[in-house]
Design a protein around this ligand. Structure first.
Ligand code: AFP
Length: 320
């Protein structure tokens, strides 16, 4: 079976990007081992600190962040990095050609219940003469690569460098990612949706009506029954969408007026949008295509509606 390294070198990917992607994959292999150790590895539970977004950091959030930060800082190709767990952009090598944003451990609330978690990466080109946060203020369309590792029953790696979406599985026997699907395709139609319905009373009218129509099923205007899933880790929900289709939504809500959106643009929405679009799906906020958003803040949050093309289009009709 083809390894990630073999795949990268035989598919015309820029040699420096190959090297960077190998470094990202190494991070995934090491975090995967820690996740598997669970309580025995001393990685469960919370710390006493909060991140810049006011969320209590889990031990594994901090461990994964420190591990990735150290590996990226040691990689001369990395110009600067931005992480969910870092208040500010971290400068690395001024002549490095890549900017890397990441969520070191997505789905932190799942750590202590032994459920799905993952790591998400987005790679942008460094910009001549622009430093710090300003360099990262590029739309997702500029991404050179998007990738996640999902630490589930198997550890998987989904990758796009702009030429489709490719899936690998970690072989525990030799610690190598092996190719399992070189052309991931999201079916255009689906009967499965994912949304946290506990927020239902805080949604905008467009989302209220869309979900109401799904719930009425066969008896309503959609004339078909829908099933629902919610993993509480975007990485798990997006993996399901890439594996068998579906629509995943984290819409605007008015629960906390100071925080109308939940998911982060730079290291959650943008990389997932690239992986979904490259597999034939759609990723939107309801009003604009995610990868066309001009960012204004490294920790900016956005609404997300992504997945099977026809179903996302139907949902967008309610937003017009
Ligand atoms: P973390 O990155 O802080 O672990 O948050 C996970 C997440 O942003 C995203 O992965 C999930 O889809 C979402 O939160 C789950 O949110 P709920 O608390 O509403 O279930």
């Amino acid at each position: 079976m083809q390894t990630l390294t073999d795949f990268l070198s035989s598919n015309g990917i820029d040699a420096d990007l190959q090297q960077l992607l190998s470094t990202l994959a190494e991070c995934g292999v090491e975090i995967s081992e820690l996740v598997r150790g669970g309580a025995l590895a001393g990685v469960l539970g919370a710390t006493e600190s909060e991140n810049v977004q006011g969320e209590t950091q889990k031990k594994l959030d901090v461990i994964a962040n420190d591990l990735i930060k150290a590996k990226l800082a040691a990689q001369p190709l990395v110009n600067a990095l931005a992480s969910e767990e870092e208040d500010y952009v971290v400068a690395c090598h001024s002549d490095g050609k890549f900017l890397v944003s990441f969520d070191p451990l997505d789905g932190s609330s799942n750590i202590d219940i032994n459920s799905l978690v993952g790591t998400i990466f987005s790679v942008l080109p460094a910009q001549n003469g622009i430093e710090g946060e300003a360099a990262f203020m590029q739309p997702g369309r500029n991404q050179l690569a998007a990738c996640y590792m999902l630490y589930g029953p198997a550890t998987v790696l989904a990758l796009s460098t702009g030429n489709g979406t490719i899936m690998f599985t970690l072989d525990p026997r030799d610690g190598q990612f092996k190719l399992v699907d070189e052309a991931v395709t999201v079916p255009a139609d689906t009967a499965e949706f994912a949304i946290n319905t506990s927020n239902q009373r805080f949604w905008q009218p467009a989302m209220q009506s869309y979900i109401a129509d799904l719930l009425v099923g066969k008896e309503g205007k959609r004339e078909k029954n829908f099933n629902m899933r919610w993993i509480a880790a975007m990485v798990g929900d997006v993996h399901r969408v890439l594996s068998r289709g579906g629509i995943f939504m984290y819409p605007q809500d008015s629960k906390n007026v100071a925080k109308p959106f939940k998911l982060r643009l730079m290291y959650e929405a943008n990389p997932m949008a690239m992986l979904v679009e490259q597999a034939g799906g759609i990723a939107s906020t309801g009003y604009e295509t995610i990868m066309d958003i001009q960012p204004t803040d490294i920790h900016q949050r956005v609404a997300v509606i992504l997945g099977s093309a026809n179903e996302v289009e139907t949902c967008l009709e309610y937003h017009k």
